[in-house]
Design a protein around this ligand. Structure first.
Ligand code: NI
Ligand code: MN
Length: 231
């Protein structure tokens, strides 16, 4: 069973696994890097890592059109229920996992903020650990600084890590390299960079640093917005 990961620029990612379509942090309208329009996406699930506008993005509109289930922390799920009248939500919190019909999702800690676009309390920011039905483990760190407990996440045996490298708002290349050493994923895909000048990074130079430091343990896959990777 193939799990397919598509990056739309910034932190917008779709993962097709177990016959379902998962859409993470669908910031497409206003995203200068995005190559797809929100109307082109028909997810079964929308996963929101935190409340910032560049992550909630088009989720309210896509959720309304598709009735996709929102998976997020309780504060963000409640915001979709009360502010957008979207009842199809499943809330979790950091450390908690749940078995869905496509696989399992556990919320991981993230060091960041989470205020929602209208100023509502977005709870604590999270990352995602996705366990596919065929035993693969995908860690989407989302917006975060480096933290030592990434080593604990790595102990699970990560097949693919999605790590921010943009700097300024999240880990930059130096700390993302340290994160790779803690997590030791088989494959890493850099995200949350080159959307704006403020987070411009040279992913190829970073990939070379990972190759030198991690030797053959970790392979870097650099996607262009709209490109897919099969796991
Ligand atoms: Ni953010
Ligand atoms: Mn962000």
């Amino acid at each position: 069973m193939v799990t397919q990961i598509t990056w739309y620029g910034h932190a917008a990612i779709s993962i097709e696994t177990g016959g379902k379509r998962l859409l993470f942090d669908p910031y497409l309208t206003g995203n200068p890097a995005a190559t797809v329009k929100p109307d082109a996406l028909n997810p079964d699930y929308i996963l929101i890592s935190h409340g910032h506008g560049d992550h909630v993005g088009d989720a309210p509109d896509i959720a309304k059109r598709t009735n996709a289930m929102i998976i997020s922390n309780d504060e963000i799920c409640t915001w979709f229920e009360t502010k957008h009248g979207h009842a199809n939500v499943h809330s979790q919190h950091v450390g908690g996992g749940f078995n869905y019909d496509f696989g399992r999702v556990k919320l991981t800690p993230a060091l960041h903020g989470s205020a929602l676009p209208d100023g509502s309390n977005g709870g604590n920011p999270v990352g995602f650990l996705l366990y596919t039905q065929d035993g693969k483990k995908i860690y989407n760190a989302a917006d975060t600084g480096l933290f030592g407990d990434m080593k604990l996440i790595g102990e699970e045996g990560i097949d693919l890590a999605l790590l921010p490298i943009g700097d300024n708002y999240t880990m930059g290349p130096d700390d993302a390299l340290r994160a790779v050493k803690l997590i030791e994923p088989k494959v890493v895909i850099p995200i949350h960079y080159n959307t704006f000048d403020l987070i411009a990074q040279n992913a190829r130079a970073w990939a070379e640093r990972v190759r030198t430091a991690a030797q053959d343990r970790t392979r870097v896959v650099i996607l262009s917005p709209g490109e897919s990777f099969s796991l």
